[in-house]
Design a protein around this ligand. Structure first.
Ligand code: FDP
Length: 341
């Protein structure tokens, strides 16, 4: 009988932890708790289409419980799964204006968690892939009480771990703790994440670009020239590129990371800081993509080096295959030099 070799996420986390003799197991516990939240959210996302059919559209479902919007459900699930573990001092979510305090009996943990519970949520009703994104830091405030805003506002380069869960044709948990990027697919029969993507590396150069071209009119002239360049024919540089834009950041970046590609959500004349959020969208995705051998910038500076000022600040992003991100940066720089003359 052929030997089936499979590695669960739980076992992988423990094996990774053993590589660090001083590890206390706290980060491992956090990742375990996150995988549990992911399973529950995945289950709920998979039922989304049934909501109308079986009549859960009112305020209460058949159990007499309130039916919540899926992104609020995902937010609540993350908070409930994470706030009693004793490993966190503070959290922040896209769905809350302020930081989320951990109940005082449990707030002495040494880690900080930021998350986007359901990214790409405008796609939910169309059955398009969506995702949960998380980012973990070590606390910087004194370790004898509640965590603070200062704990949350750290540069992305300080991240200890980051990951995303994509709810698509299957549910996949992808994470990095600073030594490679690992992917695990949820086996619905076992209810376990099984390793499916070992040490993900992204191609250095690609043939795919992902951007909302409806905003063309408002772009920086350097970006307009770059996109036109990608659409020209040239065999040597494998142009024209192909366009792929789902409009769900996790799904677009996940695909590009596997096949090679550049994802862009730039600043434009209507949105001078772009659309996506630094702390729980761009930083974690940048950490993951860099760990996979890619690059992430705001068009000029490395995303992970940006000093955050506020929890929900937006930032332009160019992320993916290294050569492609460098090229768009050079198109933008060239136009800026021209404009300065
Ligand atoms: P959504 O608004 O659906 O939540 O984070 C916001 C986000 O999705 C990203 O996932 C996605 O890449 C982007 O916005 C799509 O924005 P546009 O509709 O402006 O292209």
């Amino acid at each position: 009988m052929p030997q089936i070799k499979f590695l669960t996420l739980a076992r992988h986390i423990v094996e990774e932890e053993r590589k660090y003799p001083g590890a206390t197991g706290e980060l491992s516990s956090l990742l375990h708790d996150l995988s549990l939240a992911a399973k529950v959210i995945s289950l709920e996302v998979n039922k989304a289409g049934l909501v109308d059919i079986i009549g859960f559209t009112g305020d209460n479902n058949i159990h007499g419980e309130q039916v919540k919007k899926l992104d609020i459900f995902a937010h609540d699930m993350m908070v409930r799964a994470m706030d009693h573990g004793g490993h966190l001092c503070v959290m922040a979510s896209e769905e809350e204006e302020d930081v989320i305090h951990i109940p005082s009996r449990f707030n002495i943990g040494k880690y900080v968690l930021l998350f986007d519970p359901l990214d790409g949520s405008s796609n939910i009703d169309a059955n398009v892939s969506i995702g949960t994104i998380f980012s973990i830091y070590r606390r910087v405030s004194p370790d004898n009480g509640a965590g603070t805003m200062e704990d949350c506002l750290q540069k992305g380069s300080q991240q200890v771990a980051a990951g995303y869960i994509i709810y698509g044709s299957s549910t996949i948990f992808v994470y990095t703790a600073g030594s490679g990027v690992h992917g695990f697919t949820l086996d619905p029969a076992f209810g376990e994440f099984i390793r499916s993507h070992q040490n993900i590396t992204t191609p250095k150069k690609s043939r795919i670009y992902s951007i909302n071209e409806g905003n063309y009119l408002y772009w920086h002239p350097g970006l307009k020239k770059y996109i036109k360049y990608l659409q020209e024919e040239d065999e040597k540089t494998e142009r024209p590129y192909t366009g792929r834009y789902i409009g769900s950041m996790v799904a677009d970046i996940h695909r590009n990371m596997l096949y090679g590609g550049i994802f862009m959500y730039p600043a434009d004349s209507r949105s001078p800081n772009g659309k996506l959020r630094l702390m729980y969208e761009c930083n974690p995705m940048a950490f993951i993509v860099e760990q996979a051998g890619g690059r992430a910038s705001d068009g000029k500076n490395r995303i992970l080096d940006i000093q955050p000022k506020t929890l929900h600040q937006r930032v332009p992003i160019f992320i993916g295959s290294e050569a492609d991100v460098k090229l768009v940066e050079s198109f933008i720089a060239k136009e800026e030099v021209k404009a300065a003359k």
